[in-house]
Write a protein that binds this ligand. Structure first.
Ligand code: ADP
Ligand code: MG
Length: 261
């Protein structure tokens, strides 16, 4: 199942296709995140600004400890900023009348963790169905949808395997199916290939790229892998709590650039 048409059986599209072309989907404005207080406080994000337009696939490349996970958690409304705000469809998430925080987390954003966080004793199908069951959808249709998504990520022969029995690459594919089963508009991926060998990393990245296009996602991918990042529409870096375009990083060394937009 490679195309949107072929995967039409995967029902339940929410909002991803309702947004007009080039519309700003997700925005971070002056995001600041300080952990702790007093002498032990640590400001991880100082003034992070980001604009993701519909259909973009954007990479964030920054070293460990730079604040990538912190930023992605704030963008997914899994954590709250010290100041600043995240906007979805031009409205701040916290006060958005159309989309509550819970709805934003469950329906708008798909989150992919570096360590897949599957439930090892549950089958691949049960893991993928979980977000649907958690939002109150009935059991049998959820399991059917989950199996279709497993086929979409190439795991039609592993649907009844326990997650703990699968290889690292297969587990990350299950996690991708679980992140997309709710048909989110936005995919946030936190070093999704970080734990994989080079061959599996490429295979998982190429799968993400195909699904990004087929399901008209807007995707933000944190990665250490510059070769993968180079396949994205643009690359951001995160330095001293500020997001910059990669060109802007070069600017610090004498070529033109600017803050991320
Ligand atoms: N809950 C927390 N409390 C205190 N410090 C934290 C917390 N989460 C992350 N940090 C610190 O914030 C910094 C950025 O972490 P993180 O966002 O995980 O970076 P990255 O994902 O780029 O490796 C690190 O120095 C980390 O130790
Ligand atoms: Mg991280």
């Amino acid at each position: 199942m490679n195309s949107e048409a072929n995967s039409g059986a995967v029902a339940g599209a929410v909002s991803s296709t309702a947004l007009p072309e080039a519309q700003i989907v997700l925005e971070a404005r002056s995001l600041r995140k300080t952990y702790g207080a007093g002498a032990r406080s640590l400001t991880v994000l100082a003034d992070a600004n980001l604009t993701l337009r519909r259909g973009e696939m954007v990479a964030i490349v920054a070293p460990s400890g730079a604040g990538k996970s912190t930023l992605l958690h704030l963008l997914a409304a899994l954590d709250t900023p010290t100041s600043g705000a995240v906007y979805f469809a031009s409205k701040p998430i916290e006060t958005n009348q159309d989309t509550t925080v819970a709805e934003f987390r469950n329906r708008i954003v798909g989150f992919l963790w570096q360590r897949h966080q599957l439930l090892p004793d549950f089958t691949a199908t049960e893991n993928v169905a979980m977000p649907l069951l958690l939002r109150g959808e009935s059991f049998s249709p959820s399991m059917i949808t989950a199996r279709k998504w497993l086929a979409e990520v190439g795991l039609q022969d592993r649907t009844e395997h326990r997650a703990g029995e699968l290889s690292g690459g297969e587990q990350q594919r299950v996690a991708i199916a679980r992140a997309l089963v709710t048909r989110p508009a936005v995919l946030l991926a936190d070093e999704p290939t970080g734990d994989l060998d080079e061959q599996n990393a490429w295979a998982v990245f190429e799968l993400l790229q195909r699904l990004h296009r087929a399901y008209q996602l807007t995707s933000l991918i944190a990665t250490h892998n510059l070769a993968l990042a180079a396949r994205c529409d643009r690359i951001l870096t995160l330095e001293h709590g500020v997001l910059r375009t990669r060109a802007a990083t070069a600017a610090a060394m004498g070529t033109p650039g600017g803050e991320a937009s």
